[in-house]
Design a protein around this ligand. Structure first.
Ligand code: AMP
Length: 429
């Protein structure tokens, strides 16, 4: 098999690493890839949002399978374009990707199918209508920009003033661009968050191991939201009884709802859950694997990913093929100092050769590039030190032992990935 992986972050490095282990895989390309991925795949510099350029690339290299990592090409319709040409691809259609691309579409879908979620106060495309609603809501209030806003579109407003300020910035001053022109007001949910990701061919589905991510930049869930500072997976995150509830009240109604609305869904579906006192409720859908959840998930895969993804694209997914390593995994993200604000790039990365010798550890690259054969930093999230262990404590200790060996100027990482940091009550924790 020849495989094209689209994307260039830690999630895609993890996918490439796992796909490469399959005896059926002959060659992998990654578009655009990154400095670390070049060791495992041929990287081709194509913009992931540019569907026409990706089609031209696929035309040239004729992959047997294409796997899409990030949301942008999906929201831009790459799957539909590939489907028209009968090219096998793992990733949902443009319409299905609206579950992530439009918070309002996703909320209305959840309500239509009676799937538990936060109560919606309303959806608005004019700021005065949104202001008018503020007098009748409970505080804190969650405000969500409708479109893709690079993780900046959700705000937990403590009071009317804060809500008005955010609405003004987003709806009147266009600070988040087109993604913020429509907004949604909803109730704040309290509880622990959990990422439950499934792989589906539109009919059958297979759950991934459960994961939890850490979004805030500093220990103890302090500081601004990031793309993700780390994630971990352990079966204890989701006891069997609760898992059954998630499947019967959320996963299956979602897949039935999509089928009943003739929305073909093929690929990974990420269900962001809040485990509330009234049971699990949907916070959000993503039309792809999460990053860094993917790194923690891939580390526990005990099956041929290339075969399973080929089956998914051909609509013959066999859930019994997905087997998982017992125990736990963790991914600690090493970032450039200053991220998610301003940061410098081009710093030399050291210590990776030492870490290569650590059994049970893989370092997945996100923001790295090769400069005259030397690896340097090129983004906010630089590396994901990923470890497996018989227990979460073991995996966490191993990941941190490895992380300590890596150095670059300005390096920052959280020291509490995998620790249970109390109840999560604020948006973005
Ligand atoms: P989203 O962009 O929808 O993924 O939301 C980002 C984060 O905001 C989630 O991971 C939650 O931490 C938080 N969040 C979203 N909706 C709510 C809600 N209704 N109540 C509490 N927190 C929320």
């Amino acid at each position: 098999m020849k495989i094209l992986v689209i994307g260039g972050g830690g999630r895609e490095h993890a996918l490439v690493w796992k796909l490469k282990q399959s005896a059926r895989v002959e060659k992998i390309w990654c578009a655009p890839g990154n400095g670390g991925i070049t060791e495992d795949a041929e990287c081709v510099g194509v913009d992931t949002g540019d569907v026409a350029a990706l089609v031209a690339l696929a035309e040239k290299i004729a992959p047997d399978l294409t796997v899409v990592g990030p949301e942008l090409p999906l929201v831009n319709g790459i799957s539909d374009t590939f489907a028209q040409r009968n090219w096998p691809i793992v990733g949902p259609s443009r319409q299905a990707a609206q579950l992530e691309g439009s918070k309002i579409f996703s909320k209305e879908f959840l309500l239509r199918h009676n799937i538990p979620t936060a109560k919606m106060y309303g959806a608005y495309d004019a700021a005065p209508d949104a202001y008018a609603t503020l007098s009748g809501v409970k505080w804190p209030l969650v405000i969500k920009a409708d479109g893709l806003c690079a993780g900046k579109g959700v705000f937990l407003a403590p009071d009317t003033d804060a809500a008005k300020q955010f609405l003004e910035r987003v709806m009147e001053k266009n600070e988040l661009g087109a993604g913020g022109h429509r907004i949604l007001l909803e109730e704040t949910l309290e509880g622990e968050e959990l990422s439950f990701i499934i792989l589906t061919d539109g009919e059958r589905y297979a759950p991934m191991v459960p994961t939890r991510d850490h979004k805030r930049v500093f220990d103890g869930n302090k500081g601004p939201n990031t793309g993700g500072m780390g994630a971990y997976s352990s079966d204890e995150l989701l006891p069997p009884g609760l898992r059954d509830v998630v499947i019967s009240t959320i996963v299956e109604p979602t897949l039935r709802g999509l089928a009943s609305e003739s929305i073909p869904y093929q690929g990974f579906l990420y269900v962001g859950l809040m485990l509330t006192e009234d049971g699990p409720k949907v916070l959000e859908f993503n039309c792809r694997l999460g990053d860094p959840e993917a790194q923690a998930i891939v580390a526990r895969m005990d099956f041929d990913l290339a075969e399973v993804l080929e089956d998914t694209a051909a609509k013959r997914l066999d859930p019994s093929k997905l087997r998982w390593k017992a125990g736990a995994s963790v991914c600690v993200v090493l970032t450039s100092g200053g991220y998610p604000g301003k940061f410098e790039t081009g710093k030399n990365i050291e210590g990776l050769t030492i870490v290569k010798r650590y059994k049970g550890v893989e370092v997945f690259h996100a923001g790295t590039k090769l400069e005259r054969d030397l690896l340097v930093t090129s983004g906010g999230r630089v590396l994901g030190v990923t470890a497996v262990g018989d227990s979460l404590e073991e995996a966490v200790a191993l990941a941190y032992r490895a992380a300590e060996k890596i150095q670059f100027n300005g390096l920052h990482y959280r020291k509490d990935i995998g620790a249970q940091v109390g109840r999560v009550t604020a948006a973005g924790d």
